[in-house]
Design a protein around this ligand. Structure first.
Ligand SMILES: *Cc1c(COP(=O)(O)O)cnc(C)c1O
Length: 376
């Protein structure tokens, strides 16, 4: 056994936080103008700043990503069945259940861990209204093939882009594909506003509709056009987002360097596979997943425990599969035989710590633990 490391724990992520004193002037402004929420000045500034930074036309900010997903489905009036991936955070499928929609799980592509376009058509029925893919770990889905299928069958496409902040493909922001894309700005994400989220909209009309939906359906003081919800982002979160945006490029550069260090260090370790990118032009290095293969001397869970015993709190994202949770596992599409790739990946994956202030020595320590002999 290795001596347990006498250092503070290293978690899978650590939220980026600018110096507190830099946030005080923003708070002072809120205290001065007494605008706390309801499309205040910071909210408007952050929407514009994010459109500029991400390269998208319209953004509607939300209190969190899950409310944004639920509202995106409402905005598109989706009913019936939606095709989605079992290999994601549970909020993807929960947003369907909250709309009374039946999720239909389709297996993932072993090369990208994203929804496998080859398997989508076979899952379409008369009830299918939309596809909800996830750009897993920030690696873009096969957006061209997915759009082709959606066009052929008259389906909407709503991307859960919670991992895909800042990611670009050959055409620009990956957030411009499909009918709507949904972001999360949760504390654990690449760009955080403590809690927060957004819907990327293709045109001003859909943004206006979504802005109504996130504010109870109010259009003006006396007019309510839809059974909306309260999904608004507060001025505190929006102000923090503006401050965070100043440091985002530096944060992404640091993530990129850590990603490269892991790849170099783990490249020669037998039985450990690092997930390649999916051809994106600009990546965000949001996660660092490895697959623990049968050739590796330890099982995935034994390696996971070994890391834990050494204070490295890596996580098994995404295990269990969404389709294995009790509210989904009875569904026909949740059957083991329908999802062999997702099941295998879920049993082999570990996401290693990656965040801007993770020091090289810690990266090397983690590489050393993984590369070490089985008996250690
Ligand atoms: C984080 C996440 C969400 C939920 O976002 P919140 O802002 O935490 O509500 C949804 N989908 C995926 C894939 C996520 O990773």
């Amino acid at each position: 056994m290795t001596e347990p490391r006498k250092m503070p724990p290293i978690y899978v992520t650590q939220p980026a936080l600018p110096p507190l004193e830099e946030f005080i002037p923003y708070l002072q402004q809120i205290w001065d103008n007494k605008r706390l929420t309801n499309n205040g000045p910071f909210h408007q500034q952050l929407e514009q700043a994010l459109c500029d930074y991400l390269g998208v036309k319209h953004i509607a900010l939300f209190a969190n990503g899950t409310l944004a997903l639920v509202t995106a489905l409402q905005a598109m009036r989706i009913r019936g069945e939606v095709i989605t991936t079992p290999y994601s955070f549970v909020a993807t499928a929960h947003s369907l259940l909250w709309n009374g929609i039946k999720p239909v799980f389709v297996d993932i592509d072993p090369a990208t861990f994203n929804l496998d376009p080859d398997r989508i058509a076979a899952a379409i029925t008369a009830e299918t209204a939309a596809i909800m893919p996830v750009h897993c770990y920030g690696h873009p889905c096969d957006v061209g093939r997915i759009q082709e299928i959606a066009d052929n069958y008259g389906l909407k496409v709503i991307y859960d882009a919670a991992h895909a902040f800042g990611v670009r493909d050959h055409a620009g922001s990956v957030l411009n594909h499909g009918d709507l894309s949904v972001l999360s700005f949760h504390a654990t994400k690449v760009f955080n506003t403590f809690e927060g989220g957004a819907i990327v909209c293709p045109d001003a009309r859909s943004k206006r509709h979504i802005d109504h939906l996130k504010n109870f359906g109010f259009v003006d003081e006396v007019t309510v056009v839809a059974p909306g919800i309260n999904g608004k982002m507060s001025e505190i979160n929006a102000a923090f987002g503006l401050l965070q945006l100043k440091g985002i490029d530096g944060a992404l550069q640091k993530r990129k360097a850590i990603d490269a260090r892991y790849r170099a260090g783990l490249g020669g370790v037998k039985g450990i596979n690092c997930l390649p990118d999916a051809g994106e032009k600009v990546a965000n290095y949001a996660y660092f997943p490895i697959l623990v293969q049968p050739e590796y001397p330890l099982s995935r869970d034994a390696l996971y425990r070994k890391l834990h015993d050494n204070g490295i709190y890596a996580r098994r994202y995404f295990y269990p599969l969404i389709s294995d949770f009790p509210m989904y596992r009875g569904m026909p599409s949740a059957a083991h035989s329908n999802l062999p790739v997702a099941r295998k990946v879920a049993e082999q994956v570990i996401c290693l710590p990656i965040y801007p202030v993770l020091p090289n020595e810690h990266v090397d320590l983690i590489i050393g633990l993984i590369a070490g002999k089985a008996g250690e």
